[in-house]
Structures are given as C-alpha cells and as structure tokens.
Design a protein around this ligand. Sequence first.
Ligand SMILES: C[S@@+](CC[C@H](N)C(=O)[O-])C[C@H]1O[C@@H](n2cnc3c(N)ncnc32)[C@H](O)[C@@H]1O
Length: 203
Amino acid sequence: VNKVRLNLGCGNNPLPGYVNVDLNTVEEIMARYPDCDLRNGPAIHQYDILQLPFSSSSIEEVRADSLLEHLSFLDEPKFFNEVRRVLKPGGIFRFTVQNFELVAKRWLEARDEWKAFYKDDPDSIRQKHWFGQYSYTQESRWGYLTAMIFGNQKGVGQFHRNCYTRGKIEKVMERVGFEIVSIEDVLWKEARDPMLSVLAKKR
Ligand SMILES: C[S@@+](CC[C@H](N)C(=O)[O-])C[C@H]1O[C@@H](n2cnc3c(N)ncnc32)[C@H](O)[C@@H]1O
C-alpha cells in the first residue's frame, strides 16, 4: 500500500520519502540559501497548502516545520482544517513552531541596543549581519531576535504573521479535532529560536 507523507513549507529542507511542498521553487529557495544545492534532491511542489491536491483521509502523515508562524489570522484555521481533511483517521500531524512565550521573554530581557538597518547582500548574509550584530546573538533586542519575531522578510513567504504558545496549541488541537501525543521544547538548529515540537493524531 502506498503511504503518502507530506512535508509542508519544506524550504531548504525537502525530505526523502515525503511529498515536499513550498510556496517557492527549488531555484527561488536556492537563491535564498546560496550554500544549499537542492537540484538533485527531492522535488518541491508549489501546491496550495489551503487546498491540497489530495483526497480526504488519504495521507499518513503531515509535517510542517516552522510554517505556522507564516500563516495569516484568516489562513490559520483553514490550514488546520485542511491538514485534518487530508489525514487518515489516526494519521500523524507533526509540527514545530516558535514558542512565543520564550521568544517574548528573551526579547524583554535583551538590551535595547540598536546598531544598524537590515542588510541582505551576500557579504552581510555571510557575516551574519543581523542588524549590525554579526551573530545570532540574542543579547540585543535589535538583532536576530527581531527577525525571530517578524521573520527574515526576504520574500513574501518569509514574514511571520502569527504566534503560538503551549496553551494555544492545546486549545487549537482540541478545537480542530486532533489528539496531542506530545509537546516538547526544542531549539531551532539546536541553538537558536526556542521552539515547540508537537506530535498529534487526527481524532
Ligand atoms: C522558516 S522556513 C522552514 C523551512 C523548513 N520546513 C525547515 O524546517 O527548515 C518556512 C518555509 O515556509 C514556506 N511558506 C511560507 N508560507 C507558505 C505557504 N503559504 N505555502 C507554502 N509554503 C509556505 C516558505 O517559503 C519557507 O520556505
């Protein structure tokens, strides 16, 4: 039997064994991540994540890592309902999303020390310019922490429009019809944004 798994908002991380979906094409993603060669990797499809081209109850697993932050208030419920529609009963929904409670706490505790406007020329990207901070440091409010909250804004799909906490995720999963199996604290790239890693099942 063919078990179909989806990886929505795959970005520069398309996974083997999954149908990988992103707003952007391989070429557009490679332009954003010059160090990434995705040409020989899994295909990346530009499907509408609010109207997936799959029949109801046909999908084994849906993954969405660092995607929910990008959805508008109006798209948010449409997305959860669409994920639930395509999943088989008991199907797995796995996602990571920033833990906004910890992000906000870090921002409040950081120094109010602005240095420079954003730059996205290749040199600045290489040097981790991040508003003049030259690192992913979270000691200043006006460095990587700013992009953590608002997205890196390098293209329409790179803005953050939404945020989550453990409490909100529990309520949303209940409302849409998922049973939470686990919620764990993790760090993006093992060192950066505080994230929640959620494993849920379609009721
Ligand atoms: C922060 S990246 C995460 C990439 C990858 N999942 C990972 O964990 O490394 C978010 C991705 O979501 C994509 N995205 C944003 N809005 C989207 C939408 N409405 N439909 C499909 N992809 C979208 C962006 O193009 C971007 O590649």
